[in-house]
Every structure is written in structure tokens, then in C-alpha cells.
Design a protein around this ligand. Structure first.
Ligand code: FES
Length: 109
């Protein structure tokens, strides 16, 4: 797992931000000062989820309002889809996102 510094905690003024880490475009979600990193491309029809919003600990797609759990990435019942999620750590007021390497994925990390 490689960790990438993506922003300072005080730099994140909106609930859903566009970030990149390890060559991936991601959503960084600030839900009541708890941060989550998820894929930014909606699995339904490809909308940019960084234009979405949060409701009840879910990221809502701006196109057709599909909802994804911030912790697990699981879509609501009946959607049968999910978003990839990535670990987030706060270190000295900076936000880091962990991106697993190819080998980590093979090992199931
Ligand atoms: S593109 Fe996201 S719900 Fe349809």
C-alpha cells in the first residue's frame, strides 16, 4: 500500500472534492469531519461523482441519484453495483489516501 498526501484538512471546504492519488481520480468526502475516499466514476453510467453530494452517510450521484455507502462503497439495494473505496488517514492535519499496489491486490490486501 502506498500512501499519498492529497490535501490539508483545512483545505477541504466542501463535502465532496475531486482529488487524485496514485494516478487515480477519486472523490474525497468530508462527512461531518470524517473523511472517505471513493472512486469518482459512477458505475451506473459514468457520471462524475465529484459533482455529487452526501445524504445519510452515502454519496449520491448527480445524474440518476444512485447512492453509495461511504464506508463500503456498496450501492443501495437493487443497484447491484459498488464503488471502490480507499483508506484515509489524517497525519499532522494532512489527509493521506492509501492506494494498494498490484501486488497488494494479488495478496488480497
Ligand atoms: S450515472 Fe450515476 S446514477 Fe446514473
Amino acid at each position: 500500500m502506498k500512501w499519498y498526501k492529497v490535501a490539508g484538512v483545512s483545505d477541504i471546504a466542501v463535502p465532496v472534492s475531486k482529488i487524485s492519488a496514485g494516478g487515480k481520480k477519486l472523490c474525497l468526502v468530508n462527512n461531518e469531519n470524517q473523511f472517505f475516499a471513493l472512486g469518482s466514476k459512477c458505475p451506473h453510467a459514468g457520471a462524475d461523482l465529484t459533482n455529487g453530494w452526501c445524504e445519510s452517510k452515502k454519496l449520491i450521484c448527480p445524474f440518476h441519484r444512485y447512492a453509495y455507502d461511504l464506508e463500503t462503497g456498496r450501492g443501495n439495494a437493487g443497484q447491484n453495483d459498488f464503488l471502490p473505496t480507499y483508506p484515509v488517514e489524517i497525519r499532522n492535519n494532512d489527509i493521506y489516501v492509501g492506494i494498494p499496489s498490484f501486488w497488494d491486490k494479488l495478496k488480497g490486501i
